[in-house]
Ligand binder design. Structure first.
Ligand code: 6PG
Length: 252
């Protein structure tokens, strides 16, 4: 991993800066593979929650190629999604579909290890409740994911925790649905308490459009309703921001 600089962000974790997007995805693949092998060695499986959007697609495609494809014991990996759009799993906006095309369809992972949000039947509320039960069943009664991968929206959202939305204030649920006016879409999302219980949280940021919001989130005044990513402070686990130089340009 060719880190150009690292910045200690105190309670906000650590920022690792790499040269460009190519180096970013190589570094992210290495972190993913290391976390997987460590978790499997420690407790026999790797529970990971993936982010959606466009940034992680290149990481998933890289993980499907050598050496990563052979390095990760996929049969012991349990895939979840930190959020999902309320669209059919075949819809081009589906985070599951993006991950399946980029990675899952190219590796041998047991179907029972792929835990997607069931968006093809019932209501968003039912799907959220069902997903919460799946998390409790697979990850455990006090669920601590080995790794939660997150992105950062230019408006400060992460997962589907959007500014000024009810999901930001939920403390007694692990997974909820929310109607997001800003994107005119219903979303299913992990809540902040579930994310903050993770063993490791990794934000992946690429591109200059993320520079101002990264600065505001990690260096700006606390305003979690306006910048929901400020809610993410793992209680016991690690918090890492992995960014290319463009995305980290405003952090000295
Ligand atoms: C989603 C994601 C979302 C994403 C951010 C950043 O479902 O859209 O989970 O939280 O991580 O919007 O997206 P990019 O990384 O594509 O900019």
């Amino acid at each position: 991993m060719k880190v150009e600089r690292s910045v200690d962000l105190g309670q906000k974790g650590e920022l690792l800066v790499v040269r460009d997007a190519c180096a970013l995805f190589e570094a992210a693949a290495e972190l993913f593979a290391n976390a997987a092998t460590a978790a499997i060695a420690a407790h026999g499986k790797f529970t990971v929650a993936l982010s959606g959007g466009s940034t992680p697609k290149a990481l998933f495609e890289l993980l499907a190629t050598e050496p990563w494809r052979s390095r990760v014991p996929w049969s012991k990996v349990h895939f979840f999604w930190g959020d999902e759009r309320w669209v059919p799993s075949t819809d081009k906006q589906s985070n599951y579909r993006m991950t399946n095309e980029a990675l899952l369809s190219k590796i041998s992972v047991p179907a029972g290890n792929v835990h997607r949000v069931e968006t093809d039947r019932g209501t968003p509320q039912e799907a959220a409740a069902k997903y919460e039960q799946e998390v409790l069943k697979i990850v455990g009664p006090q669920p601590k994911f080995d790794l939660i991968l997150l992105g950062l929206g230019t408006n400060g959202h992460t997962a589907s925790l959007f500014p000024h939305c009810p999901a930001l204030n939920v403390r007694d649920r692990l997974v909820v649905s929310d109607d997001i006016e800003e994107v005119k879409m219903t979303r299913i999302t992990f809540t902040a308490p579930l994310i903050n219980d993770a063993q490791a949280v990794l934000f992946l940021l690429s591109g200059g459009d993320k520079a101002p919001v990264l600065r505001d989130v990690v260096r700006g005044p606390l305003d979690q309703q306006r910048l929901p990513s400020q809610l993410i402070e793992p209680l016991h686990g690690s918090l890492m921001w992995l960014a290319d130089a463009d995305a980290a340009a405003d952090i000295r």
